[in-house]
Design a protein. Structure first.
Length: 36
């Protein structure tokens, strides 16, 4: 499920949010079990 999330629009949205906020792109994508 996490792999599909990272490849999908949700993962892209998280990356964009992290970039705008100045955080690492994979900040919330690398936490196992997190529900986004």
């Amino acid at each position: 499920a996490l792999d599909n999330l990272v490849k999908g629009a949700s993962g892209q949205a998280v990356q964009n949010m992290n970039i705008m906020a100045g955080f690492p792109q994979t900040l919330s994508l690398m936490v196992p079990g997190e529900v986004v």
